[in-house]
Design a protein around this ligand. Structure first.
Ligand SMILES: Nc1ncnc2c1ncn2[C@@H]1O[C@H](COP(=O)(O)OP(=O)(O)OP(=O)(O)O)[C@@H](O)[C@H]1O
Ligand SMILES: Nc1ccn([C@H]2C[C@H](O)[C@@H](COP(=O)(O)O)O2)c(=O)n1
Length: 212
């Protein structure tokens, strides 16, 4: 079984996917974390975020390991002499600002998608295009939305920042990501603006049960 949870930036995908995965006792996979880790390594190496051959060469030499833990995905760079967890560094405003450029490259999307399709079900997969491009065969598909202001207010609770600036950054990222961020025809769209996290998880679980 594969459940997909897609949605716009900071709509609650990771938190909801984690809750649903825990309720189903299966792992969840954050596709965004792979894009973020690739962006982080590129920024640190000074590699252009629009140079696909250089990026693939960089990633080909990087022993990345994604741990799809139900409580929260973690990603590691298993360099023999200096293993390192990248998860926190992959969730900074610098990576936020650059990741959409990298994610627009078809070769990088295929690099991510190949890693995702190599996983063995059951799992919950969250991102932008899990229910459309990556796992169109998924049994249950969901697409989360929320107003930019609500998303910004939630984001500044976890990362200090100015709500106005965060809201504008989210709107900009939505526009940059829109090519791959649209609900599958058979996805249930959930507006989380007026729902707490438990309420969204319950709505997804109800949808999963309906499709069981
Ligand atoms: N329905 C909700 N009510 C209140 N807070 C929420 C809700 N959903 C998520 N949050 C909180 O909003 C913040 C962003 O959620 P989360 O990181 O899961 O979003 P995301 O879509 O995965 O973000 P990104 O696109 O940046 O990966 C987190 O602090 C999370 O706990
Ligand atoms: N399936 C995906 C997942 C993510 N992206 C891009 C778009 C986002 O700006 C960025 C980070 O994702 P997030 O951690 O915010 O969910 O990666 C994508 O294009 N496709």
């Amino acid at each position: 079984m594969i459940v997909t949870i897609d949605g716009v930036a900071a709509s609650g995908k990771s938190s909801v996917a984690s809750g649903v995965a825990s309720a189903l006792s299966i792992p969840y996979v954050s596709s965004g974390l792979l894009y973020r880790a690739a962006t982080l390594l590129a920024l640190e190496a000074g590699t252009s975020l629009s140079d696909a051959p250089a990026l693939l060469s960089l990633l080909g030499a990087a022993p990345l390991r994604l741990e799809p833990l139900a409580g929260g995905n973690r990603i590691y760079l298993d360099t023999p002499d200096c293993p390192r967890e990248l998860t926190a560094d992959a969730h900074t405003s610098a990576v936020d600002a650059g990741v959409s450029a990298l994610a627009q490259l078809p070769q990088l999307r295929e690099w991510v998608n190949a890693r995702l399709r190599a996983l063995t079900p059951p799992f919950v997969a969250e991102g932008r295009d899990m229910g459309t491009a990556v796992f169109p065969q998924a049994r249950a598909k969901f697409f989360l939305v929320a107003s930019p202001r609500v998303r910004a207010l939630r984001r500044v609770k976890e990362r200090v920042g100015d709500v106005e600036a965060v809201e504008q950054a989210l709107i900009a990222r939505d526009e940059q990501d829109q090519l791959q961020s649209h609900p599958a025809a058979d996805a249930q769209i959930i507006d989380t603006s007026d729902l707490d996290l438990a309420g969204v998880i319950a709505a997804v679980m109800a949808g999963v049960q309906e499709r069981a």
